[in-house]
Design a protein around this ligand. Structure first.
Ligand code: KIV
Ligand code: ZN
Length: 403
């Protein structure tokens, strides 16, 4: 566990077999979450940033869902410079053909087709038996392969599907030509050990499994989306589906910034890497928050406003001596200028003196002590102590010293 200084990211192994493909679904699953609708122009703006930041695959939308979705997927496909552009399609011929049309302008396009495989989905959503699910898997993947050689197939509600039947579905998808097989934890039900076991089981049991890429798509209903995705990677999955700020249906998807920084910061433990420019993560988070009008929770890992902020005296004192004492990543590595020491009732003398220096004051012995006592009283009485409060307090202190 221990690491030297804990500040510099470990040198990541850069073997292609250890590369984790980052599949971003902010514009598809993310946009499906209530209230997160984006306009055409906003989608283009988000896609441009994802493309620049090194996202391998952008799931740009669900083209059959609306004319607007079709047009935004098509325009993103036209403009993308680096990323593969993917569209989602149900296991229906019309969906797949429309999706193929939307991604056609892309330098590299992918069709992502899916069907529910669990007993609940078979019985209540589709009213069909196992045999028909298998037929639809073969037919949909075959149709998609007629349009492109990059086809992803997903077993919706995979984690609540009988193991033998899931194996049969995955085998059918691979035989029909799927190049990526995605194992969604659609309702966020799995635990990390279970999810790793599922990926391992599929890799061991399904013929042809070694020729395709296994992917994770974990929802966050129990707050386990990132843990489950990383467990899947540990078991051999090499694509992670995620969304900026963890946007997605209900409690959301695995958060892209958390997946990427966990892999980056703990490359020594994970032994995998991604092609993401991590210094763009803060920008991506702010952009997605702005266009969806979804605030980012203050204490959200990586991109929350408190992620690099320190208030307690012990922490501030440590940070002033060596940032590694209370930070495992540098703020610069996620695109922030610096950490912040927030002045409050938990702050100590060391941080108060540094704050005074930053504001251009140098107070000697008694004046400093008096100012510090007054600052503590103010911090007890007031939730937020701003620089202006401290300035006013010190100015009063200086004035009373001259009286
Ligand atoms: O959660 C899910 O199962 C999905 C599929 C469409 C991949 O979003
Ligand atoms: Zn989903």
């Amino acid at each position: 566990m221990g690491s030297d200084e804990n500040q510099a990211p470990q040198a990541a192994p850069r073997d292609e077999k250890d590369r984790v493909v980052i599949f971003d679904t902010t514009l598809r699953d993310g946009e499906q979450c209530p209230g997160a609708t984006m306009t055409f122009d906003e989608k283009l703006e988000v896609a441009e940033l994802l493309d620049e930041m090194g996202v391998d695959i952008i799931e740009a939308g669900f083209p059959i869902a609306s004319q607007g979705d079709f047009e935004s997927v098509q325009e993103i496909a036209r403009r993308a410079e680096n990323s593969v552009i993917c569209g989602l399609a149900r296991a229906q011929m019309k969906d797949i053909d429309v999706c193929a049309e939307a991604i056609k302008p892309a330098k590299r396009g992918r069709i992502h087709t899916f069907i529910g495989t669990s007993p609940l989905h078979r019985k209540y959503q589709m009213g069909i038996e196992k045999a028909e699910v298998l037929e639809r898997v073969t037919a949909s993947v075959t149709r998609a392969r007629g349009h492109t050689d990059d086809v992803e197939w997903s077993a919706m509600d995979a984690t609540r599907t009988e193991a033998d039947f899931l194996c049969a579905c995955v085998e059918a998808a691979i035989k029909a030509g799927a190049t990526t097989v995605n194992i969604p934890d659609t309702v966020g039900y799995a635990t990390p050990d279970e999810f790793a076991g599922l990926i391992r089981m599929l890799m061991e049991r399904v013929p042809g499994a070694d020729e395709i890429v296994f992917s994770t798509h974990c929802h966050n209903d129990l707050g386990l989306a990132v843990a489950n995705s990383l467990s899947g990677v540990g078991a051999g999955a090499r694509q992670v589906e995620c969304a900026v700020n963890g946007l997605g249906e209900r409690a959301g998807n695995a958060a892209l910034e958390e997946i990427v920084m966990a892999i980056h910061t703990r490359a020594d433990a994970m032994r995998v890497w991604t092609g993401i420019d991590t210094t763009m993560l803060t920008r991506a988070s702010k952009l997605v928050s702005r266009v969806t009008a979804f605030p980012v929770q203050y204490n959200k890992a990586i991109v929350g406003r408190n992620a690099f902020a320190h208030e307690s005296g012990i922490h501030q004192d440590g940070m002033l001596k060596h940032a590694g004492t209370f930070e495992i990543m540098t703020p610069e590595s996620v695109g922030l200028k610096e950490s912040s020491l927030v002045m409050g009732k938990h702050s100590g003398r060391h941080a108060f003196r540094e704050k005074l220096k930053e504001l251009g004051y140098e107070l000697g012995g008694n004046a400093f002590e008096d100012a510090f006592v007054r600052f503590k009283a103010l911090a007890d009485a007031k939730k937020h102590v701003y620089d202006e409060d401290i300035e006013a307090l010190v100015d009063q202190e200086i004035a009373s010293a001259h009286d």
